[in-house]
Design a protein around this ligand. Structure first.
Ligand SMILES: Cc1ncc(COP(=O)(O)O)c(C=O)c1O
Length: 309
């Protein structure tokens, strides 16, 4: 669905905001497109480029998030005793905005990220913004930074929502205050190979997630723990790590930051969502598109042997 309506730039202190309805895809009329940042768009990697604005909303013990504000991008203040710093009580999301040739900006299924954050917040004992609040906050942040959306075909504006236990807590318990924050950065391809195939190393020593753990939600703690295996893989010339299941050490799980599909002729197969892999929005979309194109999609245990990935 494409929503075509004019937006105005959010002001610096945009307090009186009312949530707007959420759409499967969101497009904004981009009439003032001439104002694009002068960057080396041909050589964008996946690194942080500081942009103009970020979004921030807070939530106290009542569980309700304040109306968020668009603020200048920059450092945030945290108590050394913040729950996120001491006990890793935090979630993040990742989605993208694209500039189309016809002058619109598109978001890819942002409400799916909102729902995933809500599901993760339950696992992490955190309150979460509503789906409408999340999608609206994403829209506000993208619009405030629209001059950083790369030209069509040159990349995308990566959007990084964060939900963190920002309140101070000493004993192990949920934090008394939470911060929902969104920042953005223009990016190119995640892997330096671009769309060319990448080499993955199968990891059978370290595991990313175990049954009953947090592999199925996008909590920050899932990521620091893969750095060691990822560093070893890169030292050996691989782009990333493909993890196996923690129980049998033989079924495919996922890569450090993406899901995996096995392709054999007209059939594509992917591991089931059983709590140890992230329910990727790309994965869900690929399944829907593949089925609509007549591919047979198998969802379940995938053994490594004889697979084309
Ligand atoms: C571990 C992991 N798996 C899969 C994905 C893919 O998720 P999505 O398709 O929603 O971006 C991500 C995304 O960052 C991830 O971190």
């Amino acid at each position: 669905q494409i929503q075509t309506r004019g937006y105005s730039m959010p002001t610096l202190h945009h307090k009186d905001h009312t949530a707007v309805g959420c759409q499967a895809s969101v497009a904004t009329k981009y009439m003032e497109t001439d104002d694009i940042v002068d960057l080396d768009w041909e050589n964008l990697g996946f690194g942080l480029v500081d942009t103009d604005f970020m979004y921030m909303a807070k939530c106290g013990p009542d569980g309700n998030f304040s109306n968020g504000e668009i603020l200048p991008f920059g450092p945030i203040a945290l108590s050394p005793s913040a729950g996120v710093l001491n006990y890793g009580q935090g979630l993040f999301e990742g989605l993208k905005a694209y500039r189309k040739t016809d002058g619109y900006i598109l978001l890819f299924r942002p409400e799916e990220n909102a729902v995933r954050m809500k599901n993760g917040s339950d696992r992490m004992c955190m309150p979460a913004p509503s789906v409408e609040q999340f999608v609206d906050a994403v829209k506000q942040t993208v619009l405030a930074n629209k001059r950083w959306v790369p030209p069509t075909g040159k990349g995308s504006l990566y959007i990084r929502p964060l939900l963190i236990g920002s309140g101070a807590i000493l004993g192990l318990a949920p934090a008394p205050e939470y911060t929902f924050l969104i920042y953005v950065s223009p990016v190119g391809n995640y892997f330096k190979e671009g769309l060319a195939p990448i080499n993955l190393i199968i990891e059978d020593n370290f595991h990313r997630a175990a049954p009953g753990g947090t592999g199925g939600v996008k909590t920050i703690g899932n990521y620091a723990s893969v750095l060691k295996a990822q560093r070893t893989a890169k030292e050996k010339g691989y782009s990333d790590v493909l993890y196996l299941d923690a129980v049998h050490n033989k079924y495919l799980e996922e890569v450090s930051s993406c899901n995996i599909f096995v392709v054999k002729g007209n059939a594509i197969s992917t591991p089931a969502i059983e709590g140890t892999i992230l329910p990727g929005i790309t994965r869900k979309s690929i399944i829907e598109v593949a089925e609509s194109k007549g591919y047979k999609v198998n969802v379940g245990h995938q053994e490594l042997i004889g697979s084309t990935i």
